[in-house]
Design a protein around this ligand. Sequence first.
Ligand SMILES: [Zn+2]
Length: 435
Amino acid sequence: MNFAKNVELLAGFPKSGCIDALVPRSLIGDGQDLLGTSINKEGLSSVQVEWRNGTIISIKGLKHTSTVHREILLPRFAEPHAHLDKAFSWSRSPNWKGGYHEALAANLSEYKLRSKDELLFSVEKSLNLALVNGIGAIRSHIDSFGKNAMRDWDILESIRKQWREKILLQFVALTPLDFWQTYEGELFAKRVALSGDLLGGVIAPPFNNKNTFKSLLHLVQLANRLNCDIDLHIDESQSCPAAGLRLLLEVLGHIKNEISITCSHLSSMGLLKEKAIAHLAKKMADKKLNVVALPLTNSWLLGRKNRCTLIKRPLAPIFQLQKAGVVVSVGGDNVNDAWFPLSNFDPINLMAFSMPIAHLSPWDRLGLAPFTSSAAHVLSLQWDGILQKGSPADFILLDSNSWVKALSERPKRRVVINGEFLNEMPKNKKSTLSN
Ligand SMILES: [Zn+2]
């Protein structure tokens, strides 16, 4: 079987096609589509997916297949936590020691000198990689506390427009928490809210409880007033377990919150005893807080000690949170910058490296969801990544017939965007796609 044979373009219908592939059972929305179809030990079913005008018109389970399908079909990925503005800045701002505080210092000095061209380079290189690797949406935190903050947001707004048909972009204004209490902070928050983006900040120990409570309360009130969501870097630390989360829950106990709040990192919570984790997880579920776990940067940065390997590592307690009903996704975080020197906006790479750290398995529904449907949920995307009739024909095809192979080798992949194969688009269209 070859690709050409496997794809039957439906003459007369644009953005149409039909393909036989393996699909994770947990990503099929309607069980009726799979009646009588077998599921292999990795949770994959042989399925025929047909689409027209960019929309899936049918999904059929293949009952008597004599051929083993060679591709795995997955929805295009959503990256719930990136830093597009500083990606690929490692060469001008390395952090050889690899710790959190060294990363922060290197980031601050790099940010002060970051030119317009350097920003453009970081964002465009990241988006071009993300596109061919199969990412369809990205939430990126943006350093927004310097004299160039407005310039950067103007540049990012025009990049978002250029890319809107290929990758949906959401930005989070990353500033010191107390900035949101200033007059400039209020003005900036209005701009962020107007463009449908999010307010951000960092809560990591050591912090002053009283002042941080006040700043956080103000931020949540401001966000509610502007109807603007929040995504915080919270408890990215190996000390004072869940101190920031406790403060956030205390704030939410004082006011009525109607916006979506995402807790990114939440790493030190994993160091608490099980009972305390369960108690806090339940409160988080009650308050509808979302979580983005970031295993790669946590493993690289946190708890480093000279000549001493830390065995118990800070990481969001993903399973315990899921069990309590909290939506948890897994993100890539930094790419080739002072916070993390490796990675490449490849969601398969992210799965391959973070699954062993977080004990997630691709054949378990709750092991796969953090990379697929839960990430879409955290970003409040129109489509949750579940494949069914009426879903967008927006997916990737991995040249592999098993999860084990797909995550061990770097499989070739084909990307379908709005019903069209990226590698088959006319040249002029492809070049506008990668502008
Ligand atoms: Zn981050």
